[in-house]
Design a protein around this ligand. Structure first.
Ligand code: MG
Length: 222
């Protein structure tokens, strides 16, 4: 814990926007299997749903499908389904999002996004809610199996965001265990937001701060 951060970097789902409805992702995964004419058993389906790279590579190969092609299509389908959710209002920004404007305006802090969602989905969030002027950098996972291997808890995309922002000392804000672990791995302090969907949720390791919402960040960075 320390005074004065040079930037604040945010997870997206469950922090900036509401989480994606589970069934939306499941439908897009089912659509992907249908497009490749693969009759997936429950185990294969769950691996594709949960984005486990090695089992996904095996199941595609077993059906004579190029794993990267299968995965890229799965990611495109899930991103398209989530874009529809963003546009319909089913996946809105949280009401306390305005705290980010205060962080920029009153505290002069550059802001970034690093999400485990698809990079395309992060771009859609920025586009649909017109946030281009809010964030100086934004990353989601690349639509490749290596993109999956680099997602949090790996610090890969957080480190890229820090490089873009030209800072080494930032606060990372998330709502998951992998967010706290990735912040630790990148040598950053973390703020865990305990939103209502995290009421009963155990963390694998203690965050630097636990907060109820984004407005609390104004005290954390003061
Ligand atoms: Mg999250």
């Amino acid at each position: 814990m320390q005074d004065g951060y040079d930037a604040v970097v945010f997870d997206n789902d469950g922090v900036l926007t509401h989480p994606t409805r589970d069934e939306v992702v499941r439908e897009a995964v089912a659509e992907t299997f249908a497009e490749f004419d693969i009759d997936a058993d429950d185990e294969a389906f769950e691996h594709a749903y949960a984005a486990n790279p090695d089992p996904v590579a095996s199941l595609a190969s077993d059906h004579g499908v190029d794993p990267e092609r299968f995965w890229a299509r799965r990611e495109r389908n899930v991103a398209a389904a989530q874009r529809a959710e963003l546009e319909s209002g089913a996946k809105p920004l949280y009401d306390d999002f305005d705290a980010l404007h205060a962080l920029r305006r009153d505290h002069d802090l550059p802001l970034g996004v690093v999400s485990n969602n698809q990079h395309e989905t992060v771009e859609h969030v920025v586009d649909v809610f017109d946030l281009d002027g809010v964030f100086q950098t934004a990353y989601g996972r690349d639509p490749t199996l290596d993109g999956l291997r680099r997602k949090k808890p790996e610090p890969h995309y957080i480190e890229r965001a820090l490089a873009d922002l030209g800072v080494s000392d930032a606060l990372y804000v998330g709502d998951s265990g992998v967010d706290v672990l990735a912040a630790d791995a990148a040598g950053l302090d973390s703020a865990f937001v305990r939103r209502p969907h995290r009421e009963r949720y155990d963390l694998p390791t203690a965050p630097t701060y636990e907060i109820d919402g984004l407005t609390d960040l104004l005290d954390v960075v003061a």
